[in-house]
Design a protein around this ligand. Sequence first.
Ligand SMILES: Cc1cc2nc3c(=O)[nH]c(=O)nc-3n(C[C@H](O)[C@H](O)[C@H](O)COP(=O)(O)OP(=O)(O)OC[C@H]3O[C@@H](n4cnc5c(N)ncnc54)[C@H](O)[C@@H]3O)c2cc1C
Length: 476
Amino acid sequence: LPSRGRADIAHALGLRIDESLIELSPGTRDRCRDDAAPLHSILRNVFSCRPQVVVFPDSGRCVADIIDVCIEESTPAVPRGLGGAGLGGAVPVTGGVVVDLSRMCKVLDLDAGRAMVTVEAGCTWQNLRDSLAVEGLSLVSYPANTAGSTVGGWLSTGGYGVGTLVAGRFHASVESMEVVVPSGILVRSDRGDGRYSIGSFSGTEGQLGIVTSLTFPVKTGPEMVSYRAAVGGRAGEGLELLERLCALDPPPVGNRLLVGSLGRTWAGTGGLALKGPVVAALFEGSEAAVRKSDAGFTAAASGFGVEILGGEEAGGIFEMQATDPVVGTQESLVRCGEITIAVDRLTRFIAVLEKALGDRGLLDIRVVDRGLALVMVFAAAQRPQLPPVVRDVPATFRISQVALQLGGRPYGIGIWNTPLAGRALGRARKSLKVIKQETDRPMILNPGKFFKLTTSNGLPVWGWPYKLGLDLIRRF
Ligand SMILES: Cc1cc2nc3c(=O)[nH]c(=O)nc-3n(C[C@H](O)[C@H](O)[C@H](O)COP(=O)(O)OP(=O)(O)OC[C@H]3O[C@@H](n4cnc5c(N)ncnc54)[C@H](O)[C@@H]3O)c2cc1C
């Protein structure tokens, strides 16, 4: 590199990668200070920095070049999909280079004979789903927000969602991946043990590498798809019905329970008066199997005094994003926490949350593994003033704490759950930390979160001052 008076990451990057991939505009850089969750201004100032550069790599080789330059310039690199996880994981705590993978969105190979696909990590689940449909194929598993989530992002944040109750967590089905590790080398990662195995990159939120492409199975068909929904009934019955559905043989490919006082928030959405629990299911497969499952749904729901819906109406409920009903209104529905918890602890968790959120809460629950539920918590708020409980980050942290008290775990660490990471990751945290220390000595990749929380100035933050700070903000 030509000698420079001071480190200039943009200049150094321009010498290695195509300049059209480098964005310096203040607008683009500022956008990266946030993700899907709205931030309180105090937290934004303390825990995020405007990155010096945002880069949009176009290949795995290009990502490796970017990391090489970041090592040389001692500059942090923060991978980003669509920022859909909302826990601050894709936010640059101490600035640096945001590696935005959203332009690496190609389907690289589609082997219809083997029902196997290779995609770039920035491909959204919705685009992949559309490309597969043209070939008569479909996804085995995917996150609920197909349009707001990249393939690499979902692997990096956990991989639980639609289809995982049947097929298992996403990483278990991935055949191989390409990943740029913190030394700037592009490696091929496959199953098995070891630091560069697929399992190490699953749920580690871009701490151990940047996933650039993935190869995994898809399925042919399906021959038939059917949605079913049960609306109404008494509180508590929704959960009982969900459990009965998941015990069907085979269980539904997708399942969903919506509970909370939704009447006010969802009034006027397609005429649905969602005052009681709503259970929805997706069945896929051969015509005979789907018809059997449909009958199983009706049998399971009988005796609950619910209205059973099918076809488009039920499909609309299953596919609807919880935030859809308030789009374009003065209301906002804030996603303030995501946790996993054993299904048999759900009754208690729902009761605690309903008490805390009053008539503003909505819980979007899916059984994603045997006996395990993924719960997304939403709270309604009138713009611009958010009620105290909806001050997103304190609420997120509080909900994670409640989950831990009841034997659950926060789903994702990011910035906001870092003080709880020891309890959330359990024994795995120690071995992951060793890999991090050994493979990322200069701490280039996504620093200031996950293993150790720091402020944007690099000052370490410990658990109790963090909790106290969040409590103060909540009262503000
Ligand atoms: C309505 C709604 C429904 C949702 N449903 C689900 C669900 O069913 N299941 C679920 O798991 N989540 C769900 N989420 C949460 C979120 O959408 C997912 O976590 C999503 O997969 C994030 O993808 P992303 O590409 O936006 O990642 P980002 O938010 O951009 O990144 C998340 C983390 O992963 C890292 N990262 C991103 N891309 C890469 C990469 N290629 N390599 C290495 N690290 C990377 C980032 O640095 C960051 O730490 C939902 C969210 C909403 C709003």
